[in-house]
Design a protein around this ligand. Structure first.
Ligand code: SF4
Length: 753
């Protein structure tokens, strides 16, 4: 089909939407008008909780949503973002046409889609011819369906022939991905949400589910076992206030503290010897290593009491089901992977894995970070594979019918390295999809410097007004959640279907359709003939999963997922055609009949104590802790940590700021939390304006003196675009995830520095 015909087809009547009346899953058209006429189901498109929503359809599409009481994730609950999911689609700054920037005048003018696509295809073709396959990169997102990420990754690397690509999941889940992969042999979060309700002890480390994952906190509140809840965090967060114990440690003292806890566990004989012997490797070395971590060292660094340490140690005494949950307080650190693995080690050594109410459990951030981890074709080859592995490349070539030589044999640069290469002029063009790095990237000056050196910046987004979209040479208007279809994978590995319940505004197109058009304009569409629809792409993803730990060959189609209330991976088909190697079978539930419609309830991995490593044993990994790269000194004497401000806000606010309800539920000013001792020492009054400065810049905020933050630290919410002026760009060496939790700052009265 020609480019013109494809465009004409998109302008025609919509016959591809998936609209379901209760109990049925059928294809239909979105009617016109606004009277509620039917209800369908979908999955929320903000966070990784993956709540099920009922969508109430008017005559011109979705009118509003309510939480789905039958969905096994949220059981009829939703947070404010979910309730307002439709409202944010109606914003006046939605992109409706492609826009071309005149760099000389700063003016943006509408251009036809055909011109936009041809311009883009020509630019990328020319750059590759003149400067090679490393001269451009894309920066994508955890906020689009897996099928779209999958198509984009294949198009970019196999079709357009470029090497470098990364996603904003680097900013949230790269650490968990690498930690699990190194320890378990595969990126495999082991838990099910039922574990919140089945634990005797829940330890939250650098996690604030009351605000960041409120529905998961509701699941904790349903726990009938009267659990002990311990929170390890420099802030007395909402979760810490509701917990049994709050261990208010100094920022980034967690790794040393966790090693000291493990030493106690080993010395007190609380090791599950049988499990350690049968299912782990490296215990002797780990024991020797942690034996050197004294209480005194841990207590001095963490600035906690001996009683606090004892509470942490007692959490792991035998006979109780212990689950550990972590999020960005761990993931966004200079030694994040080893900190996550210190948590993993504690659970492995005490046998708290593969059983109800246990597990070293990483709660994901974005709604589809897991989809990105498996299928985005950025840091790993599609379907949980490695670019450097020749067998993996051959599998992908065979399954996708793509020439072997089109598949790169090495991984991409990571996000920070891509931006550094752009600053250096080696990367000359960027394609940014559904993310806002001008606001969100650490030390935000880096993105602006990169932009100044780029020859060509394309931004594809729902809104033409994000900080990054405003910098784009070419802006492409994209459909948002609710205006397209696809699947996403939540924190407990549950695949859910998101449906098209609205028509996108103007000429905005789904990301999937934009990728089809880019392939067409670039002349590589033959390679992607089988990518006819998101569901067709899902079929390819299913084929790519065969024999992998996340095998989903038992999932027939979207209807099956929808009818089951989502399906957790793995979900292999019982079929001799699917030959799963013995070592990869470890940890999987018994193979299921492909004819079974519906999930098998909630599943956790590793019930048989077999992991995805070659010998089936989990690795116990460790490294001596080291100081963050930017430590406080006489001039910048406080540690800045950043995080979520309220449950009504999402990341850079590109969507959530569009809802009046969500704006009303969010703080109106930028509030700096500081311990009253630090405020008194500086003569600062709560409620006054203060200047927060780092070596990279300064901003004005309103001071809140509160014991909720440890002395020596200050906290700012990440949703204000100025906050990343202050953060210090350092990265975990294994995951290259940025450390948003530790920068040296000063706080003063008076005018900006
Ligand atoms: S908790 Fe997450 S998935 Fe659930 S409604 Fe809120 S934003 Fe959506």
């Amino acid at each position: 089909m020609s480019l013109e015909n494809l465009l004409r087809a998109f302008d025609g009547p919509d016959t591809r939407s998936l609209v379901r009346t209760p109990g049925k899953f059928g294809l239909g058209q979105i009617p016109s008008g606004n009277v509620p006429v039917s209800t369908t189901t979908t999955v929320c498109g903000f966070c990784s909780t993956g709540c099920g929503l009922n969508v109430h359809m008017g005559e011109s599409g979705a009118v509003n949503v309510t939480p789905d009481p039958t969905y096994p994730v949220n059981l009829g609950m939703a947070c404010p973002k979910g309730w307002e999911a439709i409202a944010v689609l109606d914003a006046p700054d939605r992109g409706t046409v492609p826009l071309l920037l005149d760099r000389a005048t700063g003016e943006r003018k509408p251009i036809p889609w055909t011109d936009a696509l041809n311009l883009m295809a020509d630019k990328f073709r020319l750059l590759r011819a003149e400067h090679g396959t490393e001269s451009a990169a894309f920066l994508s997102t955890g906020q689009i369906p897996t099928e779209e990420m999958f198509f984009l990754g294949c198009l970019w690397k196999f079709g357009l022939g470029y090497l470098h690509a990364d996603s904003n999941t680097r900013q949230c889940m790269a650490t968990a991905h690498v930690a699990y992969k190194q320890s378990f042999g595969y990126d495999a979060p082991p838990f099910s949400y039922d574990d919140f309700e089945e634990s005797d002890v829940l330890v939250f480390i650098g996690a604030n589910p009351c605000i960041a994952h409120p529905i998961l906190w509701e699941r904790v509140m349903r726990n009938p076992r009267k659990p002990e809840i311990i929170v390890l965090d420099p802030r007395r967060t909402e979760t810490a206030q509701a917990a049994t114990h709050h261990v208010q440690m100094a920022p980034k003292s967690d790794l040393t503290l966790l090693y000291a806890v493990l030493r106690h566990v080993i010395e007190r004989g609380w090791v599950d010897r049988a499990f350690v012997e049968a299912s782990t490797a490296g215990f002797k070395d780990l024991s020797t290593f942690v034996s050197t971590f004294s209480d005194q060292e841990a207590l001095e660094l963490a600035k906690i009491s001996r009683e606090d340490l004892e509470i942490l140690v007692q959490a792991f005494r035998p006979g109780r089901r212990v689950s550990c949950w972590w999020t960005m307080g761990v993931n966004q650190s200079h030694e994040a992977v080893r900190t996550a693995q210190a948590i993993i080690n504690l659970c492995l050594v005490t046998g708290n894995i593969g059983k109800p109410g246990t597990g070293p459990n990483s709660i994901t951030g974005q709604m589809n970070a897991m989809g990105s981890r498996l299928y985005s074709n950025t840091s790993g080859l599609v379907g949980g594979r490695e670019f450097a592995n020749p067998e993996h490349r051959q599998e992908v070539s065979r399954i996708l019918d793509i020439p072997l030589e089109s598949i790169p044999d090495r991984a991409s640069l990571a996000y920070d390295q891509i931006l550094d290469a752009a600053v250096d002029g080696k990367i000359k063009a960027l394609w940014v999809i559904a993310t806002n790095p001008a606001h969100s990237w650490i030390g935000s000056g880096t993105f602006r410097k990169a932009r100044d050196n780029l020859e060509f910046l394309v931004v594809q987004d729902m809104y033409h007004s994000s900080e990054t979209a405003l910098m784009a040479d070419l802006y492409l208007p994209a459909a948002g959640w609710g205006e397209k279809e696809g699947t996403q994978i939540n924190s407990e590995r549950r695949i859910g279907v998101s449906k098209r319940v609205r028509r996108p505004p103007g000429q905005a197109l789904s990301d999937f359709d934009i990728f089809r058009l880019v392939a067409q304009a670039s002349g590589c569409n033959k390679m992607f003939e089988r990518f006819t629809s998101p569901e067709a792409a899902f079929g390819l993803m299913r084929e790519l999963s065969a024999g992998k730990p996340h095998d989903i060959t038992g999932i027939r189609d979207y209807r099956q997922i929808d009818a089951a209330g989502g399906i957790q991976w793995p979900y292999p088909l019982r079929n001799d055609r699917v030959a799963i190697p013995e070592n990869l079978r470890a940890g999987m539930p018994a193979p299921l009949s492909g004819e079974v419609v519906g999930d098998e309830g909630h599943r956790r991995l590793f019930a048989d104590g077999r992991f995805f490593t070659p010998d089936g044993k989990a690795k116990l990994l460790f490294t001596p802790p080291r100081n963050p790269e930017e430590m406080p000194d006489a001039q910048y004497d406080l540690v800045l940590t950043t995080g979520r401000g309220s449950s009504a806000q999402w990341h850079t606010g590109t969507r959530t700021s569009k809802s009046a309800v969500l704006r009303n539920l969010s703080p109106k000013t930028l509030i700096l939390e500081m311990n009253p001792l630090d405020a008194a020492r500086r003569g600062l009054e709560s409620g006054s304006e203060v200047v927060v400065g780092s070596r990279r810049g300064s901003l004005v905020a309103t001071l809140l003196a509160t014991p909720n933050i440890a002395a020596g630290a200050v906290f700012l919410p990440m949703h204000d675009r100025r906050v990343n002026i202050l953060t210090f760009p350092s990265f975990d060496p294994h995951s290259r995830e940025p450390s948003y939790k530790h920068a040296a700052v000063s706080v003063h009265k008076g005018p900006p520095l």
